[in-house]
Design a binder for this molecule. Structure first.
Ligand code: HSE
Length: 418
């Protein structure tokens, strides 16, 4: 049986990740992997590699029978899908880091893999250097995964760290993230949460067998966070992080979202600063496990691509066990969340929709409340991200129906006092 396959690579993209991979491969000859051709968009850009390596014609790579692996690390979604799907159809193994493309075209890509039985690996697409996809796929191959929460976007975490710990303003922090190569070429993808929800879509598939379009997952970025929110966080001894979270509820359905969240100082995610990512997995018997590493940048991302290439030598494929071999879990909006909401004027807040309000501060210019609301009022509405309103989840924000019924009476009494 062939176990150590020779990999002849066709590389699409020579940006932060592509060039990082090129350099790393030069330092790892034992991998038996060589880049035969690199397809780029702009032939005039100066590249730190021999000119004969490059082409602008994708078919040179896709139709070369000697190239058995396509590595796709370009920026544009539609061309990336075109490249990856053609490569699969042409019987090539594929490694991709295009999180947006993968998340957007998940059903199509699952179908193609099933039909052509080739391998599509994308460890670099979520949390870069942290081996989280293969872990969820292989190690947590059971029904015991209670919850997973993570910081999956390096740029926003970097910006929040710089703003709140080093008092650097938002624009300067963003510029630093761009210069360091963490940010997307369109940084609003980072700042407004799109990048995080794309990654979360991929992790939900491998954690719970959930296939959802990113548009169906509630998310926001850090663009609505105000300096006054940071003051409140400090008073309460919390950090503010952009947290992706999923939790299996008592009825077996899964609550999932990507939203700014108050994080307690004893939470593992507090430890995750700058461009680092972190994942806390809670499973039956094992309790909590914490994965930590660089979630962005040239070499950390390329190292995940390298690990996928290494796995391909052993014919590794995702089996999508939670989707195909277990009963896949269902995403639900039927639960409650405890939220902090700051706002300019009360008229923008549907206060009657709250189950109860625990805190209420209206004396300052900026007002805020802390209360419990059904998740549907967030999923189906946009009040919480309009009119300068900022919504930040409380620590441990998910509250199940049964708990709400128990707590309602007690809290109504409190609200009566207020
Ligand atoms: N822009 C992304 C981030 C790069 O900041 O996390 C890594 O996916």
């Amino acid at each position: 049986m062939e176990t150590h396959k020779q990999l002849t690579i066709g590389l699409f993209g020579f940006g932060t990740v592509g060039e990082g991979l090129y350099k790393i491969l030069q330092q790892t000859p034992s991998l038996n992997a060589t880049i035969k051709k690199v397809c780029i968009k702009n032939p005039d850009k100066k590249r730190d590699a021999p000119i004969e390596l490059f082409t602008t014609d994708k078919n040179v790579l896709l139709n070369d029978p000697e190239i058995n692996v396509i590595v796709e690390v370009i920026n544009e979604t539609e061309p990336a899908f075109e490249i990856v799907s053609t490569a699969i159809k042409n019987g090539k193994e594929v490694v991709s880091a295009s999180k947006k493309m993968l998340a957007t075209y998940l059903p199509e890509l699952l179908g193609l893999q099933k039909k052509y039985q080739t391998s599509l690996l994308y460890e670099a697409a979520a949390c870069a250097s942290i081996p989280v996809i293969r872990n969820l796929e292989e190690y947590y191959d059971n029904d015991l995964l209670h919850s997973i929460k993570a910081i999956v976007n390096g740029s926003t975490n970097f910006i929040l760290t710089k703003m709140f710990e080093e008092k650097i303003d938002f624009q300067s922090a963003l510029l630093m993230a761009q210069q360091l190569g963490f940010a997307e070429s369109d940084p609003s993808l980072d700042v407004e949460g799109y990048d995080a929800v794309n990654k979360w879509t991929l992790l939900l598939l491998h954690a719970y067998g959930i296939v959802e379009h990113p548009d169906n997952i509630v998310f926001n970025g850090i663009q609505n966070i105000q300096s006054t929110d940071a003051v409140v966080a400090k008073e309460k001894h919390y950090d503010i992080k952009l947290v992706a979270q999923a939790k299996k509820l008592i009825n077996g359905n899964v609550a999932a979202f990507v939203l700014p969240q108050f994080v307690k100082h004893d939470d593992h995610l507090t430890f995750v600063r700058n461009e680092y990512n972190g994942v806390v997995i809670e499973s039956g018997f094992a309790d909590k496990q914490f994965f930590y590493g660089k979630g962005a940048g040239s070499f950390p991302t390329a190292s995940a691509v390298l690990s996928d290439l290494s796995a391909l030598r052993y014919q590794y494929k995702y089996e999508y066990k939670k989707l195909y071999h277990h009963k896949p879990n269902i995403l639900t909006n039927d639960f409650y969340v405890k939220v902090y909401v700051s706002f300019d004027e009360l008229k923008y807040i549907p206060k009657e929709k709250f189950e109860w309000i625990e805190e209420w501060h209206s004396d300052a210019d900026r007002k805020y409340l802390v209360g419990v609301i059904h998740f549907n009022y967030i999923k189906e509405n946009t009040w919480w991200k309009e009119n300068n309103t900022s919504l930040i989840l409380a620590p441990e924000p998910i509250i199940e129906d049964i708990e709400v019924r128990k707590l309602r009476k007690k809290s109504l009494e409190l609200a009566g006092i207020l």
